[in-house]
Design a protein around this ligand. Structure first.
Ligand code: ADP
Ligand code: MG
Length: 363
């Protein structure tokens, strides 16, 4: 046999063996793909991505996330029978209602965020949201309510900060009581419950030992950890259509929430009426197409996105500072993009041509 023919064969064998070791190592410790699942919850498509889990762990974790999201959704549903609709009905009669610790804590957190937003995030305006037809499983259709009707409702000044939350010790247990003296106060956590639900779902994942994951509910998400050796990469929807306006890589643990005028709306006589209402006017907030907030927890990001949408292109910076959010992108109705410096450093714009970007710090 010619020496020249044996050498390459040995090399080839060695190369194959090395490849097998590398491939084996990758398969066990470093999968190349995230475990992914999607399902309908919170009235939207939810996608869960998990890194470093096998099929069984992944399936169990996704079931836990789904159960948690459904639990929060059913508790806080604004128009179907729920803990919240029962609460609203009883509070309106002046009754003092006993609730559990979690219910009281969620409402106290909503109050805190509402106060910080100067009442622009106002979960006390459920009656107004209903008046505009957004409390419905069907697509809202209009027409808009009469100005006198919205004015009469606003005259009651329903504000969540008026809700009295007290606690007492009964038979060695702490119980929480809620009371309202304003019959027009109807709580609607539509601007915040998704964030709260996503926070709880991520807590469940952590309890299962999962540190690398995304829980994405219709484009609003919390990401923890990484996608293996690289960060998670996500897209922010273009408010004009289905595409992505910008992409970003998440860092550690953070939430990215967007409020947009395209989520729920109806058109009436050529005018679009969307579901984010300005509690000062009783009408859909004007001047903004979408607001994206990046913040550690999802509940704050959700409430802040709603509040900054209402604040609008002129006033969003002051509200951002009061609410303690540093990473904001607001797209105004002229498609101008307003960003904080911290947000500007994160975004990689995808649409061509790149739209006009105005960078300014929170006031
Ligand atoms: P999205 O539907 O995109 O998640 P938001 O988080 O902004 O949007 O939530 C909008 C929902 O919040 C509305 O459907 C309504 O239930 C409620 N809402 C409307 N206006 C306000 C407001 N000013 N403050 C708090 N909640 C609001
Ligand atoms: Mg919101």
């Amino acid at each position: 046999m010619m020496p020249g023919t044996r050498r390459p064969r040995r090399l080839a064998g060695l190369t194959l063996l090395l490849f097998a070791i590398l491939a084996g190592g990758c398969g066990r410790d470093e999968p190349r793909q995230a475990y992914e699942a999607q399902f309908l919850a919170l009235g939207t498509l939810v996608k869960v991505s998990l890194w470093g889990v096998d099929e069984d762990q992944g399936a169990a974790a996704v079931r836990a996330v789904e159960a948690e999201l459904n639990r929060v959704h059913e508790t806080w549903h604004a128009w179907r029978p729920s803990t919240l609709s029962d609460l609203n009905r009883r509070l309106a009669t002046g009754e003092t209602v006993t609730v559990d610790e979690e219910t009281a804590a969620v409402l106290a957190e909503a109050q805190r965020l509402s106060r910080l937003s100067g009442g622009l995030f106002e979960p006390g305006i459920g009656a107004l949201v209903r008046l505009w037809g957004f409390h419905s499983d069907d697509r809202p259709a209009g027409p808009p309510p009469a100005d006198e009707t919205t004015a009469r409702l606003l005259a009651w000044r329903p504000r969540i900060i008026e809700l009295e939350i007290t606690h007492a010790t009964e038979a060695e247990d702490t119980v929480w009581h809620l009371h309202s003296t304003n019959p027009a106060l109807k709580i609607d956590l539509g601007g915040f419950a998704k964030g709260y639900a996503v926070d709880r779902a991520v807590e469940r994942l952590r309890a299962l030992g999962i540190g690398d994951a995304i829980v994405n509910a219709g484009g609003d998400l919390r990401a923890i950890g990484r996608h293996g050796e690289r960060p998670w990469r996500i897209g922010i929807r273009d408010p004009r259509g289905e595409g992505i306006i910008a992409a970003l890589e998440t860092r550690g643990d953070e939430s990215v929430f967007t409020s947009g005028n395209y989520e729920r709306f109806f058109e009436y006589e050529g005018v679009r009426y969307h579901h984010i209402l300005d509690p000062r006017t009783g009408h859909p907030a004007r001047g903004t197409l979408s607001v994206t907030v990046i913040h550690a927890d999802a509940a704050t990001a959700d409430a802040a996105a709603t509040a900054l949408f209402v604040a609008g292109p002129q006033d969003w910076r002051a509200t951002a500072r009061q609410m303690g959010v540093e990473q904001v992108m607001l797209i105004d109705s002229e498609m101008r993009i307003h960003v904080t410096p911290a947000m500007n450093r994160r975004l990689v714009f995808q649409s061509q041509p790149i739209p006009e970007v105005i960078v300014s710090a929170p006031d």
